[in-house]
Design a protein around this ligand. Structure first.
Ligand code: CAA
Length: 258
């Protein structure tokens, strides 16, 4: 298993657990963290033994944002030339499912990274926010778009314009997170969800993810057509034949990923 400067990565069965590990900076997302995340997610995606991933931080912070100290001296020209933050598109290109398990602060880029996950499980200590306005900037890793799609205009606009934090209960009411669990149980609950996903037929898992994500990119008719075509396509897989036969024979399915 590869090692990373800013991440701790382990596998438990078919689940990859990735921990952000820059405690001295509350897991602020600098260039090294991004490079490590790109490499870790690519390795997860390419490993046929791995079927779901969990990304988490520490008890105090999932991530307190992009690294302000790294950005402070940068000019527009430098950021534009480097296409700063564009690398996160490689993280969102991960085809297999992954969950963000968030405890503590998920601010700015931290909130944005969590929203790149297929869903967020939150500890009751989680706090979400887009406080970039207080630094004279604005969300830069997709927050203005993903937060608005998740919670609607009113709350997204209020969060971006005031920089206030949303606690876990409010985040659940606003549909930003799938579920809130006690902080002490966050990793266990996230691993349980991930193990459940990992036990599903893998091609169907990817197809389900692609369909739901298509809802953010297409109109309703095109989205439904995309869904139906993918559904029809899944009917050509061995796992579809196995899944339906197993149901009829009242036994668990035995997946091949084919
Ligand atoms: N970048 C760099 N360093 C950070 C950081 C960040 N985003 N957030 C925290 N740190 C560092 C602090 O500077 C501090 O380091 P030192 O001990 O060397 O001073 C260390 O982490 C611990 O932080 P605090 O002492 O501030 O901890 P706290 O408990 O008092 O406060 C906090 C916690 C409220 C999260 C506070 O750290 C904070 O407000 N952080 C910044 C949050 C923020 O503005 N995030 C948005 C960043 S911009 C962005 O993300 C752009 C984008 O859209 C992609």
């Amino acid at each position: 298993m590869a090692t990373y400067e800013t991440l701790l990565v382990e596998t438990q069965g078919a689940v990859t657990l990735i921990r952000l590990n820059r405690p001295q900076a509350l897991n602020a997302l600098n260039t090294q963290v991004l490079a490590d995340l790109i490499a870790a997610f690519a390795a997860y995606d390419a490993d046929p033994t791995q079927r779901c991933a969990v990304l988490t931080g520490s008890e105090k912070a999932f991530a307190a944002g992009a690294d302000i100290k790294e950005m402070q001296p940068k000019s527009f020209a430098e950021m534009y030339a480097e296409n700063f933050f564009a690398g996160f598109e490689k993280v969102t290109a991960t085809r297999k499912p992954w969950i963000a398990a968030v405890a503590g602060f998920a601010l700015g880029g931290g909130c944005e990274l969590a929203m790149m996950a297929d869903f967020i499980l939150a500890a009751d200590t989680a706090k979400f926010g887009q406080p970039e306005i207080k630094l004279g900037v604005a969300p830069g890793m997709g927050g203005s778009q993903r937060l608005t799609r998740a919670v609607g205009k009113a709350k997204a606009m209020e969060m971006c314009l005031t920089g206030r934090m949303m606690d876990a209960a409010e985040a659940e009411r606003a549909s930003l997170v799938a579920r809130v669990v006690p902080a002490a149980e966050l990793i266990d609950e996230a691993m349980k969800s991930a193990q459940a996903i990992a036990a599903m037929p893998p091609l169907a898992a990817i197809a389900n993810k692609e369909m739901v994500n298509a809802a953010f990119e297409t109109g309703l008719a095109q989205g439904i057509l995309f869904e139906r075509r993918l559904f029809n396509g899944l009917c050509a897989t061995q796992d579809k034949a196995e899944g339906m036969t197993a149901f009829v024979e009242k036994r668990p399915g035995n997946w091949t990923g084919k």
